[in-house]
Design a protein around this ligand. Structure first.
Ligand code: PEP
Ligand code: MG
Length: 781
């Protein structure tokens, strides 16, 4: 008997509990499968157990033949060997008719075809379901039972729904499988490069802004065909109900595709890097988003029109937001819309395939493009878009790939495969460089490679001056992927863990459990070393998309940081509890940002005490966690003696301190020359903090960017600082520098320079000392 086509998913009622009724089931399935074969095996196992059948098999359509690719119940030796044509046997019949085939006593069916050594004679029922990826048949799933069994319409519709959902899992697994195989097979660049008919006008240097420093030399790989929503044309509506059904299909398949992308990126980088897809998933499930799509269809529009227009509305709204991070989330919306439309309109999803190390040049890369690229093959990244917070840039930073943004005209002026030199230190991309330029960069590259090798020797050494004074060099981290980089650079723990990122990568506040999980991973990966976790520091230049924050004239002087936390005690308490829970796994210090007065410190301490009580009542044995404050506003410098009575440690946040002391916005390039970390007023404030910390026997660490600057670092050691937290790549160069400097000399210089009123002269004097020390060191070596 042939039943109706299963292409349209029939909504599952509470009675139909057999199905994969939730995305959670699918997500579990995807998470526990690695590669196509394992995915298929997990699917057949799951379906057989849900449907209580002895056999479940999947045949995939490959080169016009249906090949058995996974089975539970049939002899495993048949997998990969049993093949049939479309139309051959009951499997082929299911494929031929593209409909469910439900047969009792299959041996009696005229289309039955016995597969040798399959034991099929023992089975008395057969249900075949075609699998589709969008409009294309990709295979057949079949279940069989030993007992005669008539599958009722509810079971069939349930199985159709399962097949519908699983088709997307199979299609995604197949796509990824193809991608892996292509990447393994290929060795020549030419095959991966698009053909070009017209030669382009060659420009020798393209300028942009450095998003991650470094130099890369290699051929260009152009990604020019990034399809956005506007590239799809509206189609005519058929009728509202069928448009809504198409919408449901597109949503469901896009959710599954999103889960697959998340998993792929999590495996290649980290879960935190992949969390962007988690927010895509939330949008694909978001009631408001779906209602808006329905409203457009109710107006008589097609589903394509609805997706295009609703997504474009969101994109426009995101682009209008002041906050740079949120503005750039418009790309995520575009990516979601593009994936939904590709699902609907059967657009070819051939993955972008890099087949040798190259410099990727694109207008803009969407998160799904980034997930599909083979990161090992990317030597450098050049984007025409100037979004410094785009997902592609975040990933480039995590991987340590030189990246240039705002490189206007990159695609117009570069031929595919053209030799490039990306100098992201100076913000230049050299296109088809002359022999002389190429030689110069090759020499620079060789130098920097040699330098890198020399720095490696410092990795397991203490950070110590040539006269034996030891300092601590810890890492500033934000993403979980920063942990690996911190270890590679020999960081002695974490001096600043910025907790904003886990909040920013989501569409709602992370709950206690998920925060705990993230913090625990950071803490556990620095066993035996301290990890200073800072509570949420939003506001100023970083807001959360889902948080209803006021728009302010002066956000840096407004509702930011601990002020927000203290006004939202539910959020604050949750975070403090999660941090205390993580403290049971290692050496955690808890730190509060932007403290300006005593009341804030006292209130924060009360909240910590309450959270601890609550956790003790829940059975947690929370240790005594050292509490500290960031010193990053001038008021904290003045009150430091009083603060010292309340806290266990201080952290100098000079990124903010400098901007507040000198009234110079840290992000405004026009007044950058006013933003001087070696301004005498800043140095006096730091010297005061060293004195306060010494008198009160409190720890003092500096975690602002200035500590990564060699001249600043040397002078800070001279002023008596002994604890530093810097971005990881700065650690080894600073250790190497320190080994050449004498603390006595630095301290003498520090004293002298505290009476120097000119910032410029201060820098000159320190830089002089450094170059003298370096030349003395190299003449002795
Ligand atoms: C600082 O202000 O120096 C600091 C480390 O904090 P952030 O850069 O996160 O504001
Ligand atoms: Mg700060």
């Amino acid at each position: 008997m042939i039943l109706s086509s299963p292409r349209r998913a029939i909504p599952i009622t509470p009675h139909e509990r057999l199905g994969l009724s939730t995305l959670e089931d699918i997500s579990k399935l995807i998470l526990k499968s690695h590669g196509l074969n394992e995915t298929l095996t997990n699917i057949v196992r799951l379906v057989a157990s849900r449907m209580h059948t002895e056999v479940c098999s999947i045949y995939l359509l490959e080169d016009a033949r249906l090949t058995l690719r996974a089975t539970i119940g049939l002899p495993i030796g048949l997998v990969g060997r049993t093949q049939m044509a479309v139309g051959e046997g009951l499997i082929g019949y299911t494929a031929e008719t593209c409909a469910v085939v439900n047969v009792n006593e299959p041996q009696n069916h005229p289309r039955f075809h016995y597969i040798e050594s399959s034991n099929e004679e023992s089975y008395h029922s057969f249900l075949g379901i075609p699998l589709f990826d969008r409009q294309h048949l990709i295979g057949v799933m079949a279940i069989q039972t030993t007992e005669p069994r008539v599958f009722d319409p509810i079971e069939i519709s349930t199985l159709s729904t399962i097949a519908f959902q699983l088709s997307s899992v199979v299609a995604s697994a197949r796509l990824l499988d193809k991608l892996e195989r292509d990447q393994a097979d290929s060795s020549t660049l030419s095959s991966g490069l698009p053909d070009v008919a017209e030669p382009k006008e060659i420009v020798s240097v393209i300028r942009g802004t450095s998003a991650f420093a470094g130099v890369a030399i290699g051929p260009a790989f152009l990604i020019d065909e990034s399809i956005g929503c506007s590239d799809f044309t509206d189609d005519e509506p058929i009728d509202s109900q069928s448009e809504k059904d198409r919408l449901e299909d597109a949503l469901e398949k896009s959710r599954i595709e999103t889960l697959c992308l998340e998993k792929r990126l999590a495996e290649r980088l980290s879960e935190e890097d992949a969390a962007i897809f988690h927010s895509h998933l939330m949008i694909l499930q978001d009631r408001v988003f779906i209602d808006k799509l329905h409203a457009k269809i109710n107006e008589g529009r097609s589903v394509v029109y609805a997706i295009k227009h609703v997504v474009e509305d969101y994109v426009r709204a995101f682009r209008r937001i002041d906050d740079a991070y949120l503005r750039e989330r418009a790309v995520d919306m575009e990516d979601i819309g593009r994936r939904m439309l590709s699902q609907l309109l059967d657009r070819n999803r051939e993955p972008i395939h890099l087949n040798q190390p190259c410099i990727v040049v694109a207008k803009e890369l969407m998160p799904s493009d980034v997930a599909m690229l083979d990161h090992h093959q990317i030597l450098g990244l050049v984007l025409e878009s100037a979004d410094s917070n785009s997902h592609a840039v975040i990933i480039a930073k995590s991987l340590g790939i030189p990246a240039l943004i705002g490189a206007k005209g990159g695609l117009r002026h570069i031929e595919p495969g053209a030799p490039l030199i990306l100098d992201a230190n100076s913000g230049c991309l050299h296109v088809e460089p002359s022999e002389q330029v190429r030689r110069e960069y090759q020499r620079l590259q060789a130098d920097s490679l040699r330098q890198k090798e020399q720095l490696e020797q410092y990795k397991d050494r203490d950070a110590v001056t040539c006269d034996g004074v030891r300092v601590a060099l810890r890492a500033n981290v934000g993403l979980l992927s920063d942990i690996e980089i911190a270890h590679r650079c020999g960081a002695e723990g974490v001096g600043l863990y910025r907790t904003e990122f886990p909040y920013m990568a989501r569409t709602d506040f992370p709950d206690r459990e998920s925060q705990y999980e993230i913090y625990r991973r950071v803490v556990e990966s620095f066993e035996g070393q301290s990890v200073t976790i800072r509570t949420l520091d939003i506001g100023g230049d970083k807001m959360l998309s889902y948080f209803d924050a006021p728009s302010e004239e002066n956000p840096f002087l407004g509702w930011r940081s601990v002020r927000v936390s203290l006004d939202h005690l539910d959020i604050f308490r949750t975070q403090i509890e999660a941090i205390l829970m993580a403290s049971t796994h290692g050496n955690v210090k808890l730190m509060f940002p932007m403290i300006t007065n005593m009341d804030e410190i006292i209130r924060c301490k009360e909240l910590v005490a309450e959270a601890k009580q609550k956790l003790l009542a829940e059975g947690w044995s929370v240790p005594d966690v050292p509490l500290g404050v960031m010193v990053e506003v001038p008021a904290a410098i003045s009150l430091a003696d009083y603060f010292a009575r309340e806290v266990d440690f201080f952290a100098l946040g000079t990124n903010d301190l400098v901007q507040y002391m000198l009234a110079a916005d840290r992000g405004n390039s026009r007044i950058q020359h006013y933003y001087d970390s070696l301004h005498p007023a800043v140095l006096h404030a730091i010297a005061h903090m060293v004195d306060v910390a010494k008198r009160h026997k409190k720890e003092l660490c500096i975690c602002g960017e200035m500590a990564s600057d060699p001249a600043c670092f040397a002078l800070l050691v001279g002023l008596g600082l002994r604890e530093f937290s810097v971005s990881s790549p700065a650690i080894l160069p600073l250790k190497a520098l320190l080994s050449k400097l004498s603390s006595c000399e630095l301290e003498k210089l520090g004293k002298v320079l505290l009476s120097e009123p000119h910032g410029r002269r201060i820098r000159e004097r320190v830089e002089n000392m450094i170059s003298q020390a370096e030349s003395k060191f190299s003449s002795e070596a």
